[in-house]
Design a protein around this ligand. Sequence first.
Ligand code: ZN
Length: 481
Amino acid sequence: MIGTKRFCLLHWLILFCGVVMAHAQMTPQKTAANEWIKQNEAKAKEVNQRIWNLAELGLAEHQSSQALMDWLEANGFAIERGVADMPTAFIASFGSGHPIIGILAEYDALPGLSQKASPVREEREGSANGHACGHSIFGTASTTAAIAARQALASHGLKGTVRLYGTPAEETGIGKIYMAKAGVFNDCDAVLHWHAGDRTRSSYGTTKALVSLKYTFRGLAAHASRSPHEGKSALDAVELMNVGANFLREHLPEDSRMHYVITDGGGQPNVVPPAAQVWYYLRADKHSDVEYMFQRLTDIAKGAALMTATTVDWHVDSDTHEILPNLPLSQLIHKNLELIGPPKFTEEEKSFARKTQEPLKGPFKYALAEIIEPLPNEPEKGKASTDVGDVSWMVPTGGLTAASYTFGAPGHSWQIVACTGTTIGEKGMLVAARALAYSALDLLTTPEWLKKAKADFEQRKAGYDFISLIPAGQKAPAKIK
Ligand SMILES: [Zn+2]
């Protein structure tokens, strides 16, 4: 009996490993996708350089989105433009019917982060913006992956649809939120995404929920010296509101964050400000905590208005949920990353990265990471937010990061702009493109993966009441601010 039992365990172990190995192996479809990427590397780099140089801000990414749409259209994708009333949002589709596999692309830059593709801080002439979140390689890699998967789909007569979602204004959490509200993800079977990073790994974690909103106070203008008693200062209201908010901090969950900027503080000192505005970001690990913060902060705003005899109204620009992790999709992406291998960098690229580390607080383990990190056992808690969050509550969603910039570089830094404009970022971009394409093909060809991803998704969101603080029927803003 003991011997039989031992044989059985071994037998199952071999079978299990066999299944795992089968998923980690190349398939003819993946080989076709890989070949296409190899043949089109130069084009992918050209597209990245174009978007990197354009460095267009959220909702103004007209030429960047066009560059991606042109490439997709030339490869047989049908394009739907102006999705969810945003001129720079689009959906590119190839194929028909289920499974429908979505891939997310971003392409917005950040203001005030102009930087040359240089290892020292040097602003680039002609632009005040920079791709300090690596979205030029993000959009390009996702598009490369969608076209590569499409080639494999067509050449192997596979059923299903590959859909590339062009999602603008990620930096202000707008694009995917309004696209999700418009229901464009509802018929997808799975969604894949990636992000530039300082390491290569399949993501298995959450982010912070985030609501972005503005409080506008209105008072009465008056001469600030001759008749201040006749004025009602909207700026006083903003200041009192911020004092109240800072006292509130002590009584919020430890993982919460509140940050604000005064977007309108009046015109000049000799006029009692008749209007003033403050822009808040409220974050927490759980959306329910953000809902609570919103309620408390709005009461404080009302109190500030009462204290100053002004009026207040507020506008929720965006509301993003925390990411709902999906273990099977994380496992699938991890297996494909292992199959592809991490980006490998030249000595020249490493010395470029080392130079960019000089102003940073080290020491650093690497100049550039050349390993694939293990998949965490438990979902990790991220401190940033992304509008991928809402997508992940609508459809099973999996993602990754690929080493594309200096190890240890802070997010939204000039080091990221510098690296993503060079072959460093483009190596990460091509690893990500392959990982997304391979994972999309596995999902199109192996129903078991989709089944597991859907079961995990249903189990994690069971009983959750999805609430958006954006009023029903509100359209996406025409521009940021
Ligand atoms: Zn980003």
